[in-house]
Design a protein around this ligand. Structure first.
Ligand code: PLP
Length: 452
């Protein structure tokens, strides 16, 4: 164990952080997180912080769950590693498939395992193109996704995603990826009912398919609720229309469940919340509640036949279905079931969470709207509630608000000019009260800083 100062110095010397302007941390340094329990983490200075982000949208069952630790330990002692390339499987790989098939939506019964959501989406791209080739339609290769969609950080997943600052890092997208606008009623829906807007937003997909030519389009991909881009829930009718359009033009439907999966929206998968019937369904994060890395792609029966008939998949990772990660995932799903966590989100804690946030929004001068569903939310920061003028990047209200909150014992994520929340599914009502109070204080200070 080192002093906080020593940790910070070593971090500066050696650790390159994802998505972090490390220059901006000069003289201040990172916060060193040293332990966690339930819905809280502790830093090296002893501060207890309510984790409003469940790590990075992943620690669904909360920290310190012995069942998951025991599952990993037992597996590591019995068989720490074996691959699934050599006409071999391990019991935990096999068992995970059975358990997963019991909770995934109908037909999604075949699973390819990866280590991360990014790799799951790379796998989706390869599987979809392979499927169309086997079907005799090799020109169907382009993926259509949405602006502000986040699908990961590998080269292909970045191109699939709709984050312009990520595209800028390497200068340009890979070919055969296209994007349409993401739905956001608050900023785009003026003069329309929610339902009218939902249809209008979905029809951008039809326009894009016609522009590209349906013969060239492999799939549409979307997060049931857009997460890392700022939590945009779909307007009513949006996904039904997306699906109708995809079926009409023979375009596969991919629901990226990396954040929405495993209870976050109040169902096992966001696809169930919105009536989506995906052909391919990438998942990660909540699959193991982040205790060990594991992700995967669920493949629907209706496309599995062709994929299976196409011969050996020339694709895979050393740690595809790592035995210990599989064991943890099984224990995680069993724990979620035995504690009824998905039902708890839907019926008990999410309605309370949303009520608290709505009350906060109604009474606060810089909160424009609350977005989201279940236990995923964004608090939109605005300069002017009436005109809906959003803070600019230069104002940087969100990062200021984030830092005030963290120093006061609450982790929220700043995404553009929204404060994002995705707490562990085990959060109690008292902890939701604590979260709301701490968020309110951070918002108050932010309003004061901007003279509002
Ligand atoms: N897809 C979605 C919807 C995500 O939110 C993320 C990560 O946040 C990913 C994919 C990428 O997952 P990973 O970070 O495990 O590669």
């Amino acid at each position: 164990v080192r002093s906080t100062q020593d940790y910070r110095a070593l971090d500066v010397a050696h650790h390159v952080h994802p998505f972090t302007d490390q220059k901006a941390l000069a003289g201040k340094g990172v916060r060193i997180i040293t332990r966690a329990e339930g819905a809280y983490v502790w830093d090296s200075d002893g501060n207890k912080i309510l984790d409003g982000m469940a790590g990075l949208w992943c620690v669904n069952v909360g920290y310190g769950r012995k069942e998951l630790v025991d599952a990993a330990t037992q597996q590591l002692q019995t068989l720490p590693y074996y691959n699934s390339f050599f006409q071999t499987s391990t019991p935990s790989q096999i068992e995970l498939g059975k358990v997963l098939a019991e909770v995934t939506p109908p037909g999604l019964k075949h699973f390819f395992y990866t280590n991360s959501g990014s790799e799951a989406n790379d796998t989706v791209i390869r599987l979809a193109r392979h499927y169309w080739r086997v079907k005799g339609k090799p020109t169907k290769r382009t993926f259509i996704a949405r602006n502000l969609g986040y699908h990961g950080s590998t080269l292909a997943a970045v191109s699939l995603g709709g984050m312009s600052h990520m595209h800028a890092l390497d200068g340009q997208l890979l070919p055969e990826f296209a994007h349409i606008a993401h739905p956001h009623y608050y900023t785009q829906g003026a003069g329309l009912s929610l339902e009218e807007y939902g249809l209008k937003a979905a029809r951008l997909l039809e326009e894009k398919i016609l522009e590209l030519g349906a013969d060239n389009v492999a799939a549409f991909i979307g997060e049931p609720v857009q997460g890392a881009g700022g939590v945009y829930e779909p307007p009513p009718g949006y996904w039904a229309e997306i699906q109708r359009i995809c079926r009409k033009y023979d375009v596969l439907v991919v629901a990226d469940e990396v954040i929405c999966g495993f209870g976050r929206t109040g169902q096992w998968f966001g696809s169930q919340t919105y009536g989506i019937d995906p052909d391919l369904m990438p998942m990660a994060k909540g699959l193991s509640s982040g205790y060990l890395p594991i992700a995967g792609v669920a493949i629907h029966d209706r496309i599995w036949k062709e994929i299976n008939e196409g011969g050996a998949l020339a694709h895979g990772y050393t740690y595809s279905g790592h035995p210990a990660s599989c064991a943890v995932a099984i224990a995680n799903i069993q724990l979620m079931r035995s504690e009824g966590l998905v039902e708890r989100v839907r019926e008990e804690i999410a309605p309370y969470f949303r009520k608290c946030l709505q009350e906060l929004a109604a009474s606060h001068p810089i909160v424009g709207e609350i977005r989201g569903v279940g236990l995923i939310a964004a608090i939109q920061l605005v300069k002017d509630k009436q005109s809906r003028e959003i803070f600019t990047t230069q104002d940087d209200a969100a990062n200021f608000c984030r830092d005030v909150a963290a120093n006061n014992g609450l982790i929220m994520r700043a995404v553009y000019q929204s404060m994002v929340l995705s707490p562990p599914l085990i959060i109690t009502k008292a902890q939701v009260d604590e979260l709301t109070e701490k968020a309110r204080k951070a918002l108050d200070e932010t309003a004061k800083k901007f003279g509002l």
